[in-house]
Design a protein around this ligand. Structure first.
Ligand SMILES: Cc1ncc(COP(=O)(O)O)c(C=O)c1O
Length: 352
């Protein structure tokens, strides 16, 4: 469907004041945003306009009942200066999966991609050209209807903002396997990218950091044994030559990096298995020397090698060498920067 997206540009871009070698994480925003309103059962008035404060009624339902979902994705630029998006249709579909769980309306997937393309084309100068850096895109939807009472809102906003970013972790990270708090339980909201999931993870993450770890490794809510995922990443282990990642059981996010890593490894003839995996199995594999590699996979962090996992009173050591994980990282960065051939057809070029 053809969408009429009105574009209102700022007069002078702030991009000239950005130091691309020193981008403060998550604090810098581009000049414009894409915005669309949901009224009377339909999405109306899609537009790109200067990024500015949005007046919010104190009774806006998202503030009270948490109807708020989001996506995270990246735009990169190739050597010819053509901006590219990484599998945007997957984010569009996942937003609607989250919307279903949270009782929110679907956002048209073609308009999602069209809005991204318009915004990224306009903000092209903000895309950091260095490999591993990108323009982080944050599409989100929230209930802005002023109402006190428990029901689905009837008025929402869908917005996309953009923030230039450098690679998040450049070192190997240490995870803390959490045995008190949980992130998600069967039947809960774990596979939705819902704001509340992240709110509930903040305190446990702070506690893990106080203990000297970088992130929480979430375990299942019943036995604290099955591995789910990391703060903002899915997780992969290489044990005895085989890659294993927890299956999508309703409690973990359907990571787009996870999907892409599985496709890439399989295309290179590695065995990849999606199945439940326990922390006990990882401890045993570490002890008997078959735990060969482990990494986290997510848009914000890319591929992040895992050095160690703290669990109760023990520390599980993961091997210091990560040759296959490094190949995965190099391939994802290479394809995203246009330096490597996009053999799996991931990239959407924005030519206009
Ligand atoms: C909880 C969680 N798991 C996994 C991921 C990785 O998903 P993706 O690869 O789509 O970024 C993210 C990041 O979006 C996340 O927040």
């Amino acid at each position: 469907m053809e969408h009429n997206i009105e574009i209102k540009k700022i007069e002078t871009s702030k991009v000239t004041s950005l130091d691309f070698d020193n981008i403060p994480l998550g604090k810098t925003f581009t000049d414009h945003m894409f915005i669309c309103d949901y009224e009377d059962g339909a999405w109306v008035n899609p537009r790109v306009e200067p990024l500015e404060l949005i007046p919010t009624h104190p009774a806006a339902m998202a503030l009270h009942y948490g109807q708020a979902i989001f996506e995270g994705m990246k735009a990169t630029i190739d050597a010819e200066g053509i901006p590219m998006l990484f599998r945007p249709e997957k984010n569009a579909a996942r937003l609607n999966l989250s919307a279903d769980r949270m009782g929110m309306p679907h956002f048209p997937e073609d308009l999602f991609v069209e809005g991204l393309k318009k915004l990224v084309a306009l903000e092209k100068a903000w895309i950091p050209p260095m490999e591993g850096s990108a323009l982080y895109l944050r599409p989100f939807m929230y209930a802005d209807e002023p109402f006190i009472g428990m029901r689905a809102a009837t008025h929402y906003k869908f917005i996309i903002i953009a923030s230039p970013s450098s690679p998040l972790y450049t070192k190997r990270i240490k995870l803390y396997a959490e045995t008190k708090y949980i992130r998600a339980v069967e039947g809960g909201t774990g596979e939705a990218k819902a704001a509340g999931n992240y709110a509930a993870a903040i305190r446990p993450t702070e506690l893990a950091k106080e203990k000297g770890y970088d992130q929480v490794l979430w375990l299942d809510a019943k036995e604290f044994n099955y591995i789910q995922e990391v703060g903002t990443m899915n997780i992969f282990f290489k044990i005895n030559g085989e890659f294993i990642t927890p299956s999508l059981d309703g409690s973990i996010l359907h990571g787009i990096t996870r999907l892409s890593v599985i496709e890439l490894l399989r295309s290179k003839n590695y065995k990849v298995t999606e199945r439940p995996i326990t922390i006990e199995e990882i401890i045993q594999a570490s002890k008997n020397g078959t735990l060969e590699e482990a990494f986290g996979a997510g848009t914000a962090v890319g591929i992040t090698m895992i050095q160690e996992i703290g669990y109760k009173d023990t520390s599980i050591h993961v091997s210091d060498e990560s040759p296959v994980s490094q190949m995965v990282l190099d391939t994802l960065d290479g394809v995203r920067s246009g330096k490597m051939e996009d053999t799996l057809n991931w990239m959407l070029k924005i030519n206009d």
